[in-house]
Design a protein around this ligand. Structure first.
Ligand SMILES: Cc1cc2nc3c(=O)[nH]c(=O)nc-3n(C[C@H](O)[C@H](O)[C@H](O)COP(=O)(O)O)c2cc1C
Length: 234
């Protein structure tokens, strides 16, 4: 629908009922509200997207196994050129987080020793504690099919889209999250430990849990400096 028709449509509904719930007409429960300057079309999906923020410290409760299942389904619904399903999700929770922290520490030691050095006590402690920052961590990887006609970068982008779906699905179920990377992300020893091959890529360590601080306010992003509407004179 073009903008003029959208505004006309919104005006019609707004005048009939200020907070009309169109659930029966639309799966996204379209709600139309009005501020002083503009007509604004806002639904639950848009609200979830606009209010998602990263949360660096997450606590219990973690998503339940049913919730995790739906979050992963949402992640795997990302756009995927060629239907390769190039994303993989490795879930760490409970004791397994502590065990995997040892892999991260070993990987750090290997990286340092390949440069002829050793990590400091502080670096080792930090690496060992990383997975304590959330009750659930999900490594999201791009499983690359090198023989596909779909370019590797597109397989990678699809996995990145899966990450964003995952963050938004978690947010919509009232869980906090954070997309993290760091040196271990690109470390062959770490990739192998989670069942990946050399040409696969870890694209994110998604930290998931409950945001008890609620410190990060939703942004009100301005897009004016990011967007141009192309004309022949651009
Ligand atoms: C590919 C990628 C990797 C990231 N890696 C890290 C990271 O290792 N550590 C970190 O603090 N933030 C990292 N971030 C940024 C945060 O996830 C977050 O998006 C950023 O701080 C902006 O905050 P917001 O998510 O609340 O908008 C990464 C983001 C992306 C897209």
């Amino acid at each position: 629908m073009d903008r003029a028709r959208l505004v006309a449509h919104a005006s019609k509904w707004f005048s009939q009922d200020n907070q009309r719930d169109l659930h029966s007409r639309s799966p996204s429960r379209l709600r139309i509200t009005k501020d002083s300057a503009n007509l604004v079309v806002m639904n639950d999906t848009i609200k979830t997207i606009l209010s998602r923020r990263s949360v660096s410290r997450l606590s219990d409760p973690a998503p339940s196994s049913n919730e995790l299942d739906i979050i992963l389904k949402a992640a795997s619904s990302a756009p995927d050129h060629g239907s390769l399903r190039p994303f993989r999700f490795v879930v760490f929770q409970g004791e397994q987080k502590t065990r995997f922290a040892k892999v991260l520490v070993e990987a750090l030691q290997n990286r340092a020793s390949s440069k002829g050095s050793t990590p400091t006590e502080g670096q080792l402690r930090k690496e060992n504690a990383k997975f304590e920052r959330a009750p659930v961590i999900i490594a999201v990887a791009a499983k690359i099919d090198p023989y596909s006609k779909i370019l590797e970068i597109e397989q990678l982008l699809s996995a990145a889209a899966a990450v964003e779906n995952l963050l938004l699905a978690a947010k919509s179920l009232n869980y906090g999250s954070m997309w993290r990377t760091g040196e271990a992300t690109y470390d062959s020893y770490v990739k192998k430990a989670i069942g990946l091959e050399e040409n696969d890529h870890i694209v994110a360590w998604v930290y998931l849990g409950t945001d008890s601080s609620m410190q990060n306010e939703p942004r009100d992003p301005s897009v004016a400096d990011l967007v141009t509407y192309w004309t022949e004179n651009t």
